[in-house]
Write a protein that binds this ligand. Sequence first.
Ligand code: 5RP
Length: 235
Amino acid sequence: MAEMDPVKLMKQEVGRAAAAQVKSGTVVGLGTGSTTAFAIQFIGERLASGELTDIKGVPTSFQASVLAKQHGIPLTTLDEVDYIDVAIDGADEVDAQFNLIKGGGAAHTREKIVDGLAEKFIVVVDSSKLVDKLGSTFALPVEVLPMAVAPVTRALAGYGAKVDLRMGINKDGPVITDQGNMVLDAKFEAITDPAELEKALNNIPGVLENGLFVGVATEVLVGEVKDGQASVRSL
Ligand code: 5RP
């Protein structure tokens, strides 16, 4: 049998470890991305085997709800529940204080709502996502109302970022979010004060939400591969 690509293997094992933490009778925030997709798959498998019962998922994106339905996870909305026991979600960068950059899948606005409401927010990443300083490898996603793209681009440049409008793949034109907005990817040299920058950027008129998640994560699970063997550690 062909060997699985190591990054995929890390994502799979960290997704499995997070899914194992879900308890029966709970409300679960379902994140977006290729790592969380494995967690959704394994939650579905635990439900199908009867090991897990009576859970409800709150999806963070259209795609998360599609996957949840495929894997037999009953869904609910924030109109119907006023708490989330545990959320599982990926990240694009994680620093030592558990601050994150998210939004690689353009879903950070809903993700911040759902992950931020959760009693426990488990971040699932492979080891390539760990950084000393946020912003060092990944551009910060900023969701923007379409009519405000030009002024917000200028405002972000004023904060020292190199800014690109995120373009679709296999689609002409920009990525459109689940809310009908656009995403500006703002590359900073490094983000020295994530809490301050998060607030400042959300204060620019036309910005809906940026991908800095400060003080939201409660646990970070990291998938690693050594000599073809996958392991997961909790930071
Ligand atoms: C989506 C996200 C994702 O969680 C983040 O991009 C990580 O994705 P992946 O697990 O595919 O690496 O923030 O908006």
